[in-house]
Design a protein around this ligand. Structure first.
Ligand SMILES: [Zn+2]
Length: 548
């Protein structure tokens, strides 16, 4: 569902129920009207999808009435799709696309696809909603929505300008339906929309679907636009910490901004080797009111690094962002000895800790040498530490050696990056080949375009509150005052607000004198986009000594 949520202070009976329905309709998302919640047993409640069938809309509409309204019925294994659009290969293949998404979705959410083999949604792809109303396929009490709406096993989407975005919207709603019917909740808004965006961003090529795709260019995902959205939003809002962003989500109401941020955060957490394992465990907690706080707690020592690496990602967000190569190790530095030190900097990585400290007010001479490759196509480009002046990145020559000083904080005990960047762990994720994978050095990318005006939500999804009808059923709309956070300050304000020195690169080139204003560890990288590191080869050697 797209939409933000605002908190309410208590039940106000039916009015609130109505407000909930209206809210949920805003985004491509769903109303989460469920059977009585069960205790979370094991990873997930072992409830059969069919057991919740009574939440389906009744299939009382006659085929004759549907045909008379000019609506076609397309049927797959996991989706029945009604549409008033004329036959077209791009349209008629949609149930097949949906079917191919089912196993990867099961894999991501650690569900056995065999057990849920009968799971199926009913969708409506509409150009003229009135036809669906006439045919009885668009209930009059459905709230207005901009692009899509999901209610347990049913979704409604409007026709989109591109085939990519049409599939994307269908898969996005499918993730909501999947989570609400099989997991019992979608989690707080940031997670609900983030995971829907993450999994819906896809590649469809030669009849094969790849979900959770990290696009390498805007041409791969027409109308998706998430990279641009986040770039523009960050220019306006500044670089927010993760916690600041999560707390902001309920107030975001502009265009597709919510989708952009939700995708970016989910893609970052799901792709970054330091946070991936913890993030993927969250699928088991979607019915836990302390959802987000639990995640932060699980990060432990790495919690202090999260905001720093997140801000670096947002600062340079691009199609094909290479999370693995840009992941940073943060060892404590040692003082530079009088004879100086040689430091090796790999051309195919982002920021690299030198392991050596510089002191505020002292002057150092940095001398760089080496020849390295910064591109392979259309031919190999060789480069030296002053960079190549025929191409620039962020106002400086491509390949130029950059330095930064990172003041030491007390997170030196942060866990090192794992050796392998496996998704989650164990057999639950054994179908990983179905996903795109950034740990092989291939880039990642951005996400979706806005689907319409964001909701003017009255409150948000999740958490589970009893419906006011006394039935004991629960409405899993979350009270965003929590956003899965219990309200505790989860990271020191100073950490959240800190602007890491790695955001302020210092040009070095072949030689530079450096008199730092703050003491800290020296970091180096070459000047190139985080999407273009994979074809680099070679290293720079930097000799650093006191120049006094
Ligand atoms: Zn949604």
């Amino acid at each position: 569902m797209l939409g933000s949520c605002r908190s309410q202070d208590g039940w106000v009976g039916l009015a609130l129920w109505i407000a909930a329905a209206v809210w949920i309709g805003v985004c491509p998302g769903g109303l989460t009207q469920l059977e009585p919640a069960e205790p979370i047993g094991g990873l997930f409640a072992q409830r059969s999808a069919l057991a919740s069938d009574k939440t389906r809309l009744p299939e009382s509409v006659s085929a004759q009435r549907i045909t008379a309204a000019g609506i076609r019925r397309l049927e797959g294994k996991h989706l029945i799709l009604y549409t008033d659009l004329p036959p077209d290969p791009e349209l008629d293949v949609l149930p097949e696309v949906f079917d191919q998404a089912f196993e990867p979705f099961c894999s991501y959410f650690a569900l056995d696809p065999e057990k849920y083999s009968q799971w199926r949604m009913t969708g409506r792809l509409m150009r003229e909603p009135e036809r669906f109303r006439q045919a009885g396929l668009l209930p009059a009490d459905l709230p207005k929505f901009a692009n899509g709406f999901t209610k347990s096993y049913d979704f409604w989407i409007y026709e989109q300008p591109t085939a990519y975005y049409r599939r994307h919207l269908m898969l996005h709603e499918g993730v909501h339906g999947f989570m609400i019917t099989l997991l019992g909740s979608c989690g707080p808004t940031w997670y609900m929309e983030g995971v829907a965006e993450l999994l819906a961003t896809h590649r469809w090529e030669d009849g094969k679907l790849l979900v959770k795709y990290l696009p390498r260019s805007s041409e791969e995902v027409p109308m998706w636009g998430r990279v641009k959205i986040v770039r523009q939003a960050a220019q306006q809002r500044g670089l927010l910490s993760v916690e600041q962003l999560i707390r902001l989500v309920p107030q975001i109401s502009g265009e597709n901004e919510l989708y952009g941020w939700s995708w970016a955060l989910a893609a970052f957490l799901d792709s970054h080797p330091r946070y991936q394992s913890a993030f993927r465990q969250m699928v088991g907690w979607v019915r836990d009111g302390r959802f987000t706080e639990r995640f932060f707690t699980l990060l432990g020592e790495n919690r202090c690094l999260l905001d720093e690496e997140w801000k670096l990602f947002v600062d340079e967000i691009c199609y094909g962002y290479d999370f693995s190569r840009c992941a940073i190790q943060f060892p404590l530095g040692r003082p530079i000895p009088p004879e100086g030190v040689n430091i090796r900097v790999q051309a195919d990585r982002g920021w690299q800790a030198s392991g050596w400290q510089v002191q505020a007010g002292r002057t150092y001479l940095l001398t760089a040498s080496g020849r390295y490759q910064v591109a392979q196509q259309p031919k190999i480009w060789w480069c030296e530490p002053n960079g190549v002046s025929i191409q620039y990145y962020r106002g400086r020559p491509l390949g130029m050696l950059l330095a930064a000083i990172r003041p030491e904080q007390n997170e030196s005990s942060a866990q090192p990056l794992p050796q392998s960047h496996g998704p989650g762990s164990g057999a639950a994720f054994s179908n990983r080949w179905l996903f795109s994978d950034v740990s092989d050095g291939q880039p990642s990318g951005s996400l979706l375009d806005r689907l319409g005006s964001p909701p003017k939500p009255s409150f948000g999804a999740d958490g589970g509150r009893p419906l006011p009808d006394g039935s004991g059923r629960q409405l899993f709309v979350s009270w965003p005052e929590r956003s899965g956070l219990a309200g505790a300050a989860l990271a020191p304000a100073a950490v959240q607000q800190a602007r890491t020195g790695l955001l302020d690169p210092i040009p070095v080139g072949l030689q530079a004198r450096l008199t730092p204003k703050v003491s800290g560890t020296l970091y180096f990288r070459i000047n190139e986009s985080p999407a273009q590191l994979h074809d680099n080869v070679g290293e720079v050697v930097v000799y650093v000594k006191l120049d006094e």
